[in-house]
Design a protein around this ligand. Structure first.
Ligand code: PGA
Length: 285
């Protein structure tokens, strides 16, 4: 019973007023889509009941907004069931780390998630596998859920190294949190995002994505079976792995989401460009 998660990655976009406007429009359109009658006082409503995911878990909608927009976003979505996350945290929660974001503060502001290891963090800001491991642990310790991004570059794919790269990123990224995963796998999600598909309009085919997702889930089961998460051995590793949502990301758009989402191992999307307008994001449902 794993969740199906639609996650928006706004990257460095939107002002506070644009974010507020987006959430007002989005909630209204989502309610229309769900055919919910308007509330008497026009107040926001919990729209979490917008459906069960294909694998029996909840359908969830998460917005990874810039840190400076977390407070505004949280204020507008409060009570709607939409979840807010930060796009980056530091490995420590306080201290002499000029310019960084604390996961404790994100949590105190009402955010529910942290995004870790996005390819832009890795390639532009030098985030290493060691950082992702520590950040996943810090996020969970602060009470947040954490989404780990993995994905190969075009050169790595062409060299036949896709699985080697994503397995390494997966195992390193989860290396410090086996115990937390065992207790509550729904606090962790993995996003497979081939770097060559991010922001390029070049989407992985459903078959390409599904092949990697299946391999990732199998490797996840083996890895968890050996770690604390699978204290009961290989079987419990498989059970825990089956509870973790594996999202696809990279040029997901309304015209390709349906085919990708029809693959049983694809448990949602992490979406950049198409998440910036309510209509295109809703078009993925
Ligand atoms: P994209 O971005 O949907 O614009 O390709 C995805 C991401 O970077 O998470």
């Amino acid at each position: 019973m794993r969740d199906f998660i639609l996650a928006a990655n706004w990257k460095l976009n939107k002002t506070p007023s644009e974010a507020s406007q987006f959430f007002r429009d989005f909630s209204e359109k989502l309610e229309d889509r769900l055919s919910l009658p308007p509330t008497a006082g026009g107040e926001s409503r919990d729209i979490r009941g917008f459906g069960e995911g294909p694998n029996g878990g909840r359908r969830r909608i998460v917005f990874f907004v810039p840190a400076l927009l977390v407070a505004t976003s949280e204020q507008v979505v409060k009570g709607t069931g939409l979840e807010i996350g930060g796009q980056n945290i530091w490995v420590e929660t306080k201290g002499a780390f000029t310019g960084e974001n604390s996961s404790d503060v994100l949590n105190a502001m009402g955010a529910a998630w942290a995004l870790v290891g996005h390819s832009e963090r890795r390639s532009i800001f030098g985030e290493t596998d060691k950082h992702t491991a520590q950040k996943m642990k810090t996020a969970l310790t602060s009470g947040l859920s954490a989404m780990l991004c993995v994905g190969e570059t075009l050169a790595e794919r062409e060299a036949g190294e896709t699985l080697k790269v994503v397995f390494r990123q997966l195992e390193e990224g989860l290396s410090l949190i086996g115990d937390v995963i065992a207790k509550d796998p729904s606090r962790v999600a993995i996003a497979y995002e081939p770097v060559w598909a991010i922001g390029t309009g070049k989407v992985a085919t459903p078959e390409q994505a599904s092949e990697v997702h299946q391999a990732l889930r199998k490797r996840l089961a083996e890895f968890l079976g050996k770690s604390q998460a699978g204290a009961g051995g290989a079987d419990s590793g498989t059970t825990v792995a089956s509870e973790i949502a594996l999202l696809y990301g990279g040029s997901v758009k309304p015209d390709n989401a349906k085919a990708l989402g029809s693959k049983p191992d694809i448990d949602g999307f992490l979406v950049g460009g198409a998440s910036l307008e309510p209509d295109s994001f809703l078009g993925l449902f």
